[in-house]
Each structure stands twice: as structure tokens, then as C-alpha cells.
Design a binder for this molecule. Structure first.
Ligand SMILES: O=P(O)(O)OC[C@H]1O[C@H](OP(=O)(O)OP(=O)(O)O)[C@H](O)[C@@H]1O
Ligand SMILES: Nc1ncnc2[nH]cnc12
Length: 172
């Protein structure tokens, strides 16, 4: 059986709020062998798909998203929290497992018809991923894969992005 990244994920109880079991990926990225393993497994998920742009969300999505873009010879598109991107942006509100927020993406970051991989570390309620999907589609991008390290399946986030090709390395 293929080695799992699971041993590098730390559970932190009641962070950032009581009742949340936080999946901490800092041990994963802190161990070179864990980081490499995760990168290689994320690349296996892409499995020959041609990708023009990798889109990832601030901030934990950036850890792997930019590496994937380099390895796939794709461009990298940061989706950021409000007020951080300097040029004109699409804006999308969303609900989180622990609050609400807005995300932004530059309006010229994706060209019509470009093939897009959306990557984030964790799929929880799916609000973040759904917001990013909406902005990518507003820009005219074609979403070929939405990839995660971890799917917290009990939060049913996949239902919000059920019409897409969704893959995760670990499911809880
Ligand atoms: O599926 P959802 O319920 O929308 O939650 C998943 C999102 O929550 C976390 O980000 P967070 O907003 O905590 O920001 P961070 O990456 O900057 O820590 C995580 O990195 C995902 O982006
Ligand atoms: N439980 C959780 N652990 C880590 N990241 C998250 N993002 C949303 N919920 C999370």
C-alpha cells in the first residue's frame, strides 16, 4: 500500500474555537519527506491532465499550490482575503466552519477557456471552495480538478462542489 501522509497531520482540539478539531499541516510541511510525499501524491491526482493555471486560497492553499504550479508548468493564481490584491478583483462572500469572510481574485488572472486546477489544504464545509469556483467561472476558466490534502467528509463540503472532479489525499 502507498505510504500515507496521515502520520504528519496533527490534531489540535478546540482550535480556533471550542468544538473544532483542527487538522494542523505544519508537521507535514516541516518534514522534508512529508512535504515531498504530499507533493508527489497531489501530482499523481492530476494524472496527465493539462493545466494552465493553479488557483489556491490564502494562506494554507499557497503552501502546495505554488509548488504544484511549478511542477505542472502552469501559472499560479492567488485567491486572497479582502483588501490584499492591488488590481481590480472579483469578490465573493462565503461562510466558514468558524465564521464568514470574503475572498478576492484579480479579474485578469485567468483567461477564458484556460484549464484550471483549484487546490486547497482542507475541504471543510466547502464554502471556500465554492467561492473560488464561482470566481474562476466568472473569469471563464474551465475547472478540471479541485484537489485537497484533507476532506473533512462529515462536514459535507463535497456537496457544494458536487458537479466537479474532486480529489483528496485523506478523508476523515
Ligand atoms: O471548507 P471551508 O469550511 O470553507 O473551510 C476550508 C478553508 O478553511 C481554511 O482556511 P482559513 O480560512 O482558516 O484560512 P488560512 O488558510 O489562512 O488558515 C482552509 O485552509 C480552507 O481554505
Ligand atoms: N477543522 C479544520 N482543520 C483545519 N483547517 C480547517 N479549515 C476549516 N476547518 C478546518
Amino acid at each position: 500500500m502507498e505510504e500515507s501522509i496521515e502520520k504528519y497531520i496533527r490534531d489540535v482540539k478546540d482550535f480556533p474555537k471550542e468544538g473544532i478539531m483542527f487538522k494542523d499541516i505544519t508537521p507535514l510541511i516541516g518534514h522534508p519527506e512529508g512535504f515531498k510525499l504530499a507533493i508527489n501524491q497531489l501530482l499523481e491526482q492530476v494524472d496527465g491532465l493539462s493545466i494552465d493555471k493553479v488557483v489556491s486560497m490564502e494562506s494554507r492553499g499557497f503552501f502546495f499550490g505554488s509548488v504544484l504550479a511549478d511542477r505542472l508548468n502552469a501559472g499560479f493564481v492567488p485567491v486572497r482575503k479582502p483588501g490584499k490584491l492591488p488590481f481590480d478583483t472579483y469578490k465573493q462572500e462565503y461562510a466558514l466552519e468558524y465564521g464568514t469572510d470574503t475572498l478576492e481574485m484579480h479579474i485578469d488572472a485567468i483567461e477564458k477557456g484556460e484549464k484550471v486546477l483549484i487546490h486547497d489544504d482542507v475541504l471543510a464545509t466547502g464554502g471556500t471552495a465554492e467561492a473560488v469556483v464561482k470566481m474562476v467561472e466568472k473569469a471563464g476558466g474551465e475547472i478540471v480538478l479541485i484537489s485537497f490534502l484533507i476532506n473533512l467528509a462529515f462536514l459535507k463540503g463535497e456537496e457544494k462542489i458536487k458537479n466537479y472532479n474532486v480529489k483528496s489525499l485523506l478523508t476523515y
